[in-house]
Write a protein that binds this ligand. Sequence first.
Ligand code: ARG
Length: 460
Amino acid sequence: PTTKLWGGRFDEPTDAFVEAFTASVGFDQRLFREDIAGSTAHAKMLAKVGVLTTAECDKIIDGLNGILLDIERGDFSWVVAYEDVHMNIEARLIDRIGDVGKKLHTGRSRNDQVATDVRLYLRGAIDRIELELTRLRAGLVDLAEREADTVMPGFTHLQVAQPISFGHHLLAWYEMLTRDAERLADVRKRVNILPLGSAALAGTSYPLDRDYVAELLGFDGVSRNSLDAVSDRDFVIEFLSAASVSMMHLSRMSEELILWTSAQFAFIDLPDRFCTGSSIMPQKKNPDVPELVRGKTGRVYGDLFALLTLMKGQPLAYNKDNQEDKEPLFDAVDTLMGSLRAFADMIPAIEPNRERMRIAAKQGFSTATDLADYLVRQGVAFRDAHEIVGKAVRHAQNAGCDLSELPLAQLQAFSPKIQDDVFAVLTLEGSMAARDLTGGTAPNQVRIQAAAAKKGLQRS
Ligand code: ARG
């Protein structure tokens, strides 16, 4: 039987089921790199302040490096009886280098150790997520620039509203994802604080140099309250909420991609490599990737709720409940990373069907607002113009044609102010180009925004 690192005060071995039930090594072994980095910094610091000799520190660091290589090579057996990643590595260290290994845990608790590991892990995860987000945003901007002049119907209530540039629509997605990136960068500031030195809950009597550890591990500062530092997981909750918002955005994008690839819209095509078929219907090509991303959004919301609920009843300081923070966190990181990667690969491969988008934009009287604006320019009050155009639309609808297809004389029956320059206003291109103000859909504005976005991406 494995000797427990904490076995001193116990009279009988742990119940076999309890041992398995309380163990986290099955999932927290993912933290081995962070755990070893944290231990290495801790050992260096202990030597610096004279708690370890240089020789002892060197031995410990050698041992930890050896273990790191073993784990990376897959040559490490994780033992459930050692409970978690921390005690597995520590026990292996003692095996490997003997009694010196027993000095590593001086002035430290698993409580500040695990908080440090999770923060290091999440910092790295945020950095990886930011890279994928940047790749996706860059793909959107490129496509938007290419499609600045492509006209599509803009919708409200999923009813045709006004003609817009396809590039403008893509840049709307870009804006959402840019805020996501900003949110993550902001969360990272609060993640990147070192808890080590808080020990179990009250700090430690050793003269630890916490700033030195922070510097070695790249933290921006050290925690100011030991009770808070070992028990706080709101940095995980903040991440999960930023991740949830980001998944919500990807899910909305998914929904549109799914609609657009349907035969009824047919605005775009997704290459075969991003789709799958049906086992029974030979004709099918399904947009599985966006569908799955839309579905996976629920997992990440669930992860957020798991953590909020996990924390709500906990008295200070550390409680074993906190071991339950890891699986939701890992799940959310994996889900968001995977979804971003799929999108970053897929977006540049979108094949727009410009003709179909144009035809769709012509339906539903999408330039009716332009006719009202035209009348306003002729001196009609907007409310009256709205009423006039509404009548003209009903007339055109009964006649089964677009406003632009009505003869001038018929239009003039609704308002004598209408002249033959109206037809320029009723074109899709005229309508788009007219909205030439900051934030508007004019292709000119789309190009300005795309150029600004590119500059922003270069800075990030
Ligand atoms: N495996 C534990 C966790 O994930 C490590 C900390 C355990 N500390 C303790 N006092 N039991 O939270």
